[in-house]
Design a protein around this ligand. Structure first.
Ligand code: DCP
Ligand code: MG
Ligand code: MG
Length: 574
């Protein structure tokens, strides 16, 4: 025990900052779903607008926010606060995904190192260290006000003029005074200043597509994301705390820190001996002698904690604004694409069939957006507007189709059953006709449901007298990436050959157990996952409310989280 205390004390030292050599931008679109709907219906821009999903608002525009309406508020409450609130349906996520992809493609086209990482549908990190370093090398320190920002190493004329004496947009701390006399030519301030001008330029490019955004500019992902939150909407903030980010972080509620989830908060409350997380700020946690990397590790990674080794140190670093995580390189195709819907008990096979056709049609549309070439531009500057969705080359073709079902559990049974109780999956080879771009998605969906999904459904739910379905999820996975053919690339033929070989070898279920049957694990939640890349979960399901891909084991916690926030989320369908 004494040793523990020694350890605890010796490790409480403020960690040394490292990794200040990067420039990271974090973009977050303003009231994203609302902007998508407004752009399709411009007359809605000036009225308070809420985007409805079941009985809650997924988001609302800033006109509505002026009336006190908030994201994830119940419809009734929102209507009470703002009787003129116009409601638009946000159940179909496809239009939001399309816009998301368009904006992501735009940002990607300006990256030199390919480090552009999506977070959810409306956020992206860019590591622009290289672009900034290149431009710092070109700058004329005697004529900063007439600087030129090069966007291309090959074409010096591609870029924009800017005033390198001033940071663009807001800065933190607001009263920051630079010691320009003493700063070197490659100072942190100057690098962030360059980053701020690039951020502003990129925000303007996004605005040319019709979307306003907020941006944070800093030296790591954690700080860039938090900085961007400072001034919203349609603004940007550069974190110029050259000495320490601690004063910036200290007043923030612990919950606001990405990477600090409910388990860490619970651990923190037990260390701080408080029940109230209202006043649990970064400052409280950081300065309390009971909190140390060691104490956190013991609670979070020890028996019962379940967290990965080193989590205590990681949280300790986050409390000091240190986050060494890299901006992940952009991926052109997701690992899997899944769509699901929840129902209040489907009892008839005809209802199941109809539900599956609807989900599968959306899934096919999504596959066109995400897996067909022609949507992504290659060389900047680009026209990121998609040319013709549904036409093009497949960048990758999934090999496996998976159906997941779960029975309906009414709220009265929640104490008896886990949220995921009875969740089962089964997979099959995805038939080739799915990739035929001459057939309408609706027809493909009908055929897929009849020929593949209904048989999977019957084998998952053999007892029809007890049919009461609460969830259907259809997912394509096991991506087969197109290889550039040495003979000039007949990609379809290459796919066909590869598939034939695999079918002969009988390895169609390469990443699935032979009968594909799996039972959901329950246990922990995923709130500790620091940066959940949208498509990155090999075995996740997409939450239909927030669009995030949730690992199967975390679905229960995630579902309850939505329910706790907003009361019972009324399922559509049955
Ligand atoms: N979203 C959702 N359910 C959640 C969280 C988000 O459906 N629990 C959707 C609706 C949002 C979009 O994701 O429009 C992006 O989420 P943000 O948290 O970035 O919220 P907004 O972009 O709407 O607003 P803000 O201007 O605050 O960023
Ligand atoms: Mg947003
Ligand atoms: Mg967001």
């Amino acid at each position: 025990m004494d040793m523990d205390m020694d350890n605890l004390d010796s490790k409480r030292k403020a960690p040394r900052r490292k990794g200040d050599d990067r420039v990271i931008l974090h973009f977050d679109l303003d009231c994203f779903y609302a902007q998508c709907i407004e752009n399709a219906n411009p007359h809605l821009k000036s009225v308070p607008l809420g985007i409805k999903q079941k009985s809650i608002l997924a988001t609302c525009n800033y006109v509505a926010r002026k009336h006190g309406v908030k994201k994830l508020m119940g419809i009734q409450e929102a209507k009470r606060l703002c009787p003129d609130l116009v409601l638009a349906d946000g159940e179909d996520l496809s239009p939001f995904r399309d816009v998301s992809k368009q904006i992501y493609s735009l940002l990607k086209s300006y990256s030199w190192n390919g480090r552009v990482e999506r977070l959810g549908l409306d956020e992206a990190f860019l590591d622009v260290t290289d672009v900034v370093a290149y431009n710092l090398g070109l700058v004329n320190h005697h004529c900063l006000e007439e600087s030129w920002f090069c966007l291309s190493r090959e074409d010096p004329e591609r870029g924009f003029a800017f005033d390198a004496r001033q940071v663009k947009g807001c800065v933190w701390p607001p009263d920051f005074v630079s010691d320009r006399e003493n700063e070197g030519t490659d100072s942190l301030r100057l690098r962030l200043l360059f980053g701020s001008h690039l951020a502003f330029y990129l925000r303007q490019q996004i605005e040319d597509l019709g979307y306003t955004s907020a941006c944070g500019i800093s030296t790591n992902k954690l700080l860039a994301k938090l900085a961007g939150d400072r001034n919203k909407p349609r603004n940007q903030t550069t974190l110029l705390s050259s000495h320490s980010p601690v004063p910036f972080l200290d007043p923030l509620p612990l919950r606001k820190i990405p990477g600090i989830g409910s388990k860490t908060i619970t651990a923190m409350k037990s260390l701080l001996k408080t029940d109230d997380d209202g006043d649990l700020t970064v400052h409280n946690a950081r300065t309390n002698p009971a909190v140390s990397p060691f104490a956190l590790e013991r609670l979070l990674a020890g028996s019962g904690g379940g967290g990965e080794k080193g989590i205590g140190q990681k949280v300790w670093l986050l409390l000091h604004g240190i986050d060494g995580s890299e901006v992940k390189p952009a991926r052109d195709v997701p690992r899997q694409i899944g769509i699901e819907d929840t129902y209040r008990g489907l009892t008839q096979l005809s209802q199941v069939r109809a539900g599956l056709v609807q989900i599968t049609t959306s899934l096919l549309r999504r596959m066109h957006v995400d897996l067909l070439d022609g949507f992504d531009a290659v060389t900047p500057p680009i026209s990121p507007v998609p040319t013709s969705v549904g036409k093009g080359r497949w960048l990758a073709q999934p090999k496996t189709l998976r159906l997941t079902t779960r029975p309906y559990h009414p709220p009265s049974e929640w104490d008896k059953f886990e949220y995921n109780h009875g969740r089962v999956s089964k997979s099959a080879v995805l038939p080739r006709f799915v990739f035929d771009l001459n057939i309408e998605p609706e027809s493909i969906a009908e055929r897929l449901v009849e020929g593949t999904l209904m048989p999977l459904f019957h084998s998952l739910n053999p007892d029809k007298s007890k049919l009461c379905i609460g969830l259907l999820n259809v997912c394509v996975t096991n991506m087969d990436r197109a290889k550039e053919s040495s003979r000039g690339g007949d990609i379809m033929a290459a796919f066909q050959r590869q598939r034939e070989v695999e079918e002969i070898r009988g390895v169609a279920f390469a990443d699935e157990p032979p009968d594909g049957e799996e039972k959901a694990e329950d246990t922990s939640d995923d709130t500790e996952v620091e940066w959940v890349e949208e498509e990155d979960e090999q075995d996740g399901v997409r939450c239909r409310l927030c669009g995030c891909v949730i690992p199967v084991f975390a679905v229960e916690a995630h579902g309850r989280w939505h329910e706790l926030d907003e009361g019972w989320v009324e399922p559509q369908g049955g």
